[in-house]
Design a protein around this ligand. Structure first.
Ligand SMILES: C[C@@H](O)[C@H](N)C(=O)O
Ligand SMILES: C[C@@H](O)[C@H](N)C(=O)O
Lengths: 156, 156
């Protein structure tokens, strides 16, 4: 397993923004991201899961610096309605970087096991072939990084 | 924008599996992924968004080949309860690959605009710094790839 994970990256200065209850119709993702991009707000992780009953949640992270700017943009969106705008600054992002993650569900399960053993709750998950990104409570960052380093036998 | 996106990858043979309504407590992600990994089931995109009222949805993709195996594993999970198991084979995965996506929310917004202009609904989104992955209906794959190629002026 170790050869697969080459490193662990993390970022504290993250703010998680969720548009809860957007309608799942073509164009909504653009109508959220377009105005943010027009304001040069750097959006990092974007996660949207499948809709249930025609609505879904659209979550992304921005830096602390862009937080109030992003909030202003989202409160003035034209063609997008949502049930709730949830902004949470008490988060950190942790990424496991490697190669060939996809062929090894074992990497993800090893990572999730080490967090579980340390009672760390995973708030968001976003993966690609070469990277697993999770969002957790900021206060859990240090123990999460420690747990993952030891699970994958990486140098600190 | 174009210099940022170096290519578009896609995969038809994907099955989207959603555990709707899992409890958002430490260990649940491991208790879902662990048994799948024990069965050597290759899990590709994993997406989980923030919970609302203590529950969230956990979605991932597997190949058609692993579909029935994965279904059997999920129906026998020990410590995980969920409201619904939703399996959808009518999906395809499209990924935009590039560098420095994060600093350019414009890349994501350009991609989402081109899909919106072609009335293509985005079912799932998962991004990292160098890749945007979306899941759409399988029938929309050809027009999505065409739309994205022209939005980023890539050779077919
Ligand atoms: C929710 C949002 O992703 C919508 N499905 C869209 O295509 O834009
Ligand atoms: C839902 C699941 O991700 C849970 N929060 C966990 O930490 O495992």
């Amino acid at each position: 397993e170790n050869a697969l994970v080459s490193g662990i990256a993390f970022q504290k200065d993250q703010v998680k923004i969720t548009l809860h209850g957007v309608t799942d119709t073509p164009g909504i993702a653009y109508q959220i991201l377009g105005p943010l991009s027009d304001e040069n707000i750097e959006v990092d992780v974007i996660v949207q899961n499948v809709s249930v009953n025609g609505k879904t949640d659209f979550t992304f992270t921005v830096s602390e610096e862009d937080k109030s700017n992003a909030e202003a943009v989202l409160q003035n969106l034209k063609d997008v309605t949502y049930d709730d705008l949830i902004i949470d600054s008490d988060v950190a992002k942790v990424s496991l970087v490697g190669v060939g993650m996809r062929t090894h569900a074992g990497v993800a399960s090893t990572a999730f096991k080490s967090l579980s053993d340390n009672e760390i709750n995973i708030q968001m998950i976003s993966t690609s072939e070469i990277k697993i990104t999770i969002v957790i409570k900021e206060g859990a960052l240090e123990s999460a990084v420690k747990a993952l380093h030891s699970a994958f036998e990486l140098e600190k």
